[in-house]
Every structure is written in structure tokens, then in C-alpha cells.
Ligand binder design. Sequence first.
Ligand code: NAI
Ligand code: MG
Length: 330
Amino acid sequence: MSGRGSKKVAIVAGDGIGPEVVESALAVLEAVGADFERVPVEIGLVRWKRTGLAMSEEDLAALKECDCILFGAISTPPDPNYKSVLLRIRKELDLYANIRPFQSQNLDFIIVRENTEGLYSGIEEMDAERAQTMRIITRRGSERIAEKACDLAASRQKLTIIHKSNVLKSDRLFLRTCQATAKRRGVPYEDMLVDAAAYNMVTNPRRFDVLVTTNLFGDILSDEAAGVIGSLGLCASANIGTDHALFEPIHGSAPDIAGKSIANPIGAMRSAAMMMRWLDEPEMASRIEAAVQEGLASGARTPDLGGNSRTVDVTRAVVGLLRGRDTNWS
Ligand code: NAI
Ligand code: MG
């Protein structure tokens, strides 16, 4: 994976099951012939325990220098003053669009989550009696996430704008801005209150196509969507900005199953496919996605999907399919 060496990918394995699923994703990338230089960057809880710092300025600089980032998951250190490094990375690299596709046999929709403002703006304070968190929504922030959602919705059916504007002024601005953007772009759109969206996600998920929403709502709705699809372990995401991009499964470090070799690596593999598409290798991305589908269909399933395969079994199955295809294709 270093031949042409023109592209540099930061590899952040992280904590818990992060290293297990990243290893699977790298195996799949290798099997498909992806050509890039790996730049390992140690970030997270293990790093914090060792050095007292979950991420250094040099790490951040290294991430910025690479073409993009392949990320596993990190655990939050048990320190009340700790500020999320993932939020910091999203902010510093201005990864404003969190794109989360959800696909299963009969479902296919995408959640587009604003990734830099809303309730995760980091403007908050707390004392023993009172705590407050500012929910920042800007016209510019709403417009650029709406643009990204419209890019995706343009080749699909419709855009659903998810909000709580009946209660929150901040969401009135979000809704109005998204509506104006969709109208200008000629994309068919509707809007829905977030509580109704949560209900519809369970009762009638097929009604959705592309959803656009604010940071916290997108965070919660996407774990719900993962449940509807069948497992958190299946789902991938791209965090995209103007100059940078980070690809990660949507799950966390899953300490409850870490080290047991039963983590589902599919979300990480699908994230790797999204990365290859972003790196302008759509054919490699499609091959990974097809092999993942075929692997699942052939019964390579970890326990979260009701199967008894281990992480390595699923990885071997997908890699085998890719290598098999290689021979057919050459
Ligand atoms: P989690 O997503 O790690 O796990 C939730 C549940 O889903 C657990 O029961 C876990 O076993 C299961 N699960 C998750 N991924 C799976 C996979 N690939 N295969 C099979 N089962 C899987 O969320 P949780 O437990 O709330 O958070 C654990 C840690 O991860 C916390 O420290 C949290 O802060 C961090 N976290 C990190 C994220 C990131 O790095 N992007 C995102 C979410 C949480
Ligand atoms: Mg989440």
C-alpha cells in the first residue's frame, strides 16, 4: 500500500474495538489494491493514560497534513475537564458534513448531520446548581449543510428537513435556511419535527430518502437508524469539509465487547469504501461494497447480527471475495 505513494491517509485506530475494525478495513483496502501511504496517529484513551493527553498539537497537524483520515473509535477519558477530541478534530478540520448512509435489503436512506455547531458548539458552563449549553445555529452553517444534502438528494427522490422549530428559535433559522436552499436548488423537500421523525424511523423508515438535520438530532437519529437497519456495527460515515475528510464507522469503542474478536467490522469496511470514493476511486469503493453485501448474504455474520462468525471470519470472507474478483477481472 505504498507504491505510487501519492496519497497519505492518517490511520487512527483508537481504543476498544477501534483497532480491531480498522485492521479489517485495512485488509479490505489492501485486497482491493488501494494505493496510499499509511500514517499512524495515536489518539484516544490509551494515549491519555500513557501521556495525560488524548491528542497533541502535533497529532492534529499530522491529521491536517494527510489527504484524509481513516478512524476507528475512541473512548472518552474519565476526566470531567476532558473535551472531546473527536469534536475538536471535526471543528479544527471544519468537517461540517456528517454523511451517514443506511442500507439494508429493503431500506436505503442517508442522514446528513450538521457536524460543527448546534448543541455541540462547546459553549457551556456548569456549577453545582446549574448547567447550560448554548445551541448555536448560523445561517451559513445551515446553508452549507443544506447544500451538501441537496447534492445527494438531487439524484434521489426528496429531502426531509428534520427540526424542532415549534419550540426552538434556533431551528426556525435552520428550517427556513434549508427550505430556501432546497427551493433554489430545485430539490423536492418536506419538513418534519424530530419527534415525529424518530417515530417514523421505526414505524415507516421506507418513507425517508435524504434527511438533513442539526448536530444532536442527527447523532441520536443515526443510532436509531442503525437499530432499524439491524446493528450499529453495519453503519459507516464520512465527515466531510472543504479541505479535509474523516471516515469512521458510526459506532463507538464498544468496551463491552472489546478484545473478544466479535466486533462487526462491516461499518469500518463501508467507511473505507466511502473513503475510496472520496479519493476518486469509485470502482474500488463499489467492489468493497459489493463484496460486503455478498459476504453478509453468504452468512458471514458477527453475533450482533445473530451469527457466530468472529471479526476475522467476516474479514477473511470479504477479502476472499475481493481477491477472487481480482482474478476474474484481470
Ligand atoms: P458504542 O457505539 O461503543 O456501543 C453501543 C453498543 O453497540 C454496545 O453494546 C456495543 O457492544 C455495540 N456495538 C457497537 N459497535 C459494534 C460493532 N462494531 N459490532 C458489534 N457491536 C457493536 O457506544 P457506547 O457504549 O455508548 O460508548 C462507548 C465509548 O465509545 C464511550 O467512551 C463513548 O464516548 C465512545 N464513543 C466514541 C465514538 C467515536 O469515536 N466516534 C462514537 C460514540 C461513542
Ligand atoms: Mg453517536
